[in-house]
Design a protein around this ligand. Structure first.
Ligand code: HPA
Length: 274
C-alpha cells in the first residue's frame, strides 16, 4: 500500500473540519510515560485515530490512540496520544502517516519523545537524553516507494534532522531547570524483542548511546517535509547485557513513571520556545 498526496489531503481536510481555523504549530509524538500530557491540553478537541480517514488504531499497551488538538504551555499543539510502531504490524509509511497530515494542517515542528535502553555505560537509568542524531540502517525507509513530491525531494538531506537551534533551546532549558541532560545518538531497532547483548555491543561500536523501537521513522518523514525536530529519550533501563538481568516492560514503565515530572517539565519548557 502506498499513500498518495490525495490520501494525506483527505485526512487533513477531515481534521480541518473538526478543528476549524486552529493551527497546531507543534506536533507532539509522546512515548511511554508522557502520554498524560495529552490529558492536560486546554480546550481539547480529541479525535480517535479510528475516526480519521486512513489512520490506523494504535495497539501498544499504555498508548491511547487519539490525536488531541489544543493549547499546551500556551502553544497551539496536536498531541499524538499513542504512536504506531512497526512491530505492531504497521508499515513505516503507516507509522509516520500522521506527520505529513499535521504538516498539511500547518505544523512547523515535531517534538518527539521515547523510552529507550541506555547503551552508554557512563550514564544512568532515569536520565534524559537529547537526541542529536539517529542510526536506522535496518529495515526500509518510510520514504520508500514513489516520492510524494508535494512533501519533499526524492533524496532528502539528513545532516540536521534534529534541528541544531532547538537542541540549543533544550540545553538552555535543562540548565535552567537543573535537569541533567545527556546528548547522544539513538539507534533504531525494529523489535518487539529487546536487543540481544551482542546487538547492544554492535550498537555501541557504531556510536549509539541508546537503543529503541520508535522515533526514527517519524523523524525521517518530518525532515523530508521540512519540519524542525526536537527529540528526547528517557533512558528507562540499561540496554541488554549491561546488567546481568533480563529486561521487562514493567521496568520501562516504572522508570517512565518516576521520570514523568522532570521529563514533562523539560518538554513544556522547551515547547514554550519552539
Ligand atoms: N530496547 C529497545 N527499546 C526499548 C528499550 C530497550 O532496551 N527500553 C525501552 N524501549
Amino acid at each position: 500500500m502506498q499513500f498518495t498526496y490525495a490520501d494525506y489531503k483527505e485526512s487533513a481536510d477531515d481534521l480541518r473540519a473538526r478543528i476549524g481555523d486552529f493551527v497546531p504549530k507543534t506536533l507532539m509524538v509522546l512515548g511511554s510515560g508522557l502520554g498524560f500530557l495529552g490529558d492536560v491540553v486546554e480546550d481539547p478537541v480529541a479525535v480517535p485515530y479510528g475516526d480519521i480517514p486512513h489512520f490506523k488504531p494504535s495497539t501498544a499497551p499504555g498508548h491511547k490512540g487519539q490525536l488531541v488538538f489544543g493549547t499546551l504551555g500556551g502553544q497551539p499543539v496536536a498531541v499524538m496520544q499513542g504512536r504506531m510502531h512497526h512491530y505492531e504490524g504497521y508499515s513505516y509509511e503507516e507509522v509516520s502517516y500522521a506527520v505529513r497530515v499535521l504538516k498539511l494542517l500547518g505544523a512547523e515542528t515535531m517534538l518527539v519523545t521515547n523510552a529507550a535502553g541506555c547503551v552508554n555505560t557512563a550514564w544512568n537509568v532515569g536520565e534524559l537524553m537529547l537526541i542529536t542524531d539517529h542510526i536506522k540502517i535496518f529495515m526500509e525507509s518510510p520514504l520508500r516507494g514513489a516520492n510524494v513530491d508535494e512533501f519533499g525531494p526524492r533524496f532528502p538531506d539528513a545532516t540536521h534532522l534534529y534541528t541544531p537551534a532547538l537542541r540549543e533551546v533544550a540545553r538552555r532549558k535543562a540548565g535552567e531547570l537543573g535537569i541533567t541532560l545527556r546528548e547522544g545518538v539513538y539507534m533504531y531497532f525494529p523489535g518487539p524483542q529487546y536487543e540481544t547483548p551482542a546487538e547492544v555491543r554492535l550498537a555501541r561500536t557504531l556510536g549509539a548511546d541508546a537503543v529503541g523501537m520508535s522515533t526514527a521513522p517519524e523523524v525521517i518523514v518530518a525532515g523530508h517535509c521540512g519540519m524542525k525536530v526536537l527529540g528526547f529519550t528517557l533512558l528507562s533501563n540499561m540496554a541488554a547485557g549491561i546488567l546481568d538481568q533480563p529486561l521487562t516492560e514493567g521496568e520501562v514503565l516504572a522508570a517512565a513513571a518516576v521520570a514523568k515530572d522532570k521529563f514533562s517539565a523539560l518538554v513544556l519548557a522547551c515547547l514554550n520556545e519552539l
